[in-house]
Unconditional design. Sequence first.
Length: 351
Amino acid sequence: MRVSDGPGNGSRQGTSTPAAPPPAQVMLRELKPGAKIDWPLRVVERTVKTIKKGPRQGKEFTALRLGDRTAALPGNDWGSPSSKMGIGTVLRVKGTYVDDPKWGPQINIDELRLADPDEYDLADLVELPARSAEELETELRELTAAIRDPFLRQVVEALIGPEGSMWPGFREAPAAKFIHEAHRHGLLEHSLRVARNARRIAMDENPSVVDLAIAGGLLHDIGKIEAYSLSEEGGDMIDLTAAEQLFGHIPLGYYRVRQAVERLVEGGAELPMAAQRLLHIVVSHHGSQEKGSPVPPATIEAAIVHAADSVAATMGSFTRVEKGLSPGQEWSSRDIGIGGRAYFPAEGEGS
């Protein structure tokens, strides 16, 4: 099976039998086993693998995960791997939805080709936040206004205020390539979740660090603006930038926040303690060197933001995994963001 560059010709010369019309498109979440598919889907995951046993041992194939805005399903392309099937690419997929006894719900792929732009609406294929970007921005402004410390509020405003130097990128960027909030406006959505959770924890545990918890929650991942490229071409494709691969989003974020701080400090004076503590949140929010932070959290507010970030990322992974389940499926496959399989019991089970 190969990926072609354009629509195939469904007619056959020498016969008057018309080609059967393709099945009417529905969302993947609505499919029943045995349903035929012949419509555009977006590549969510792509891995080139090698057949380990049998007469085709050693031959490469492409393991895909194909999705729309409601779900994503695995499917294998047994033809030669094609570079045209990158993550975010929209393919016209022809096949059958099955619930395999061993491998679970998937698409048995018959044919693939690149979809023409006029064959699909990105809104049907790309996951977006549950709330609109406008609603998310409203919450951002409210959280920023809740920061009582004038200096910290100035730093946040300088970067992601309405006229902030990084606001346009912050509004559009994804929070990850795959694991959580991997969609347009995902960074805004994730940062608000972290800041909101950090604020609650701080108010409960140590109200004196609430301002730092909010500011740190909002800015902890700001380096991701430069870490991912996001293009509408091919279906909002997310990819790592050279800057992310050379430096990582934590150093990139530290640099941007440090720049903003230094512009606000007159005459090159020593950084205020609030600024140093804010910068420490940025560099320590992954929790350990093993997980990418140069240093572990050494302050109460840094520990709070690390905990809030960990919870937010994990919940984002559960949301993503649940959307990928077929109707009635309770257990997911093993997921890197969760660290195992996730269980979603049917409504009414348990108490």
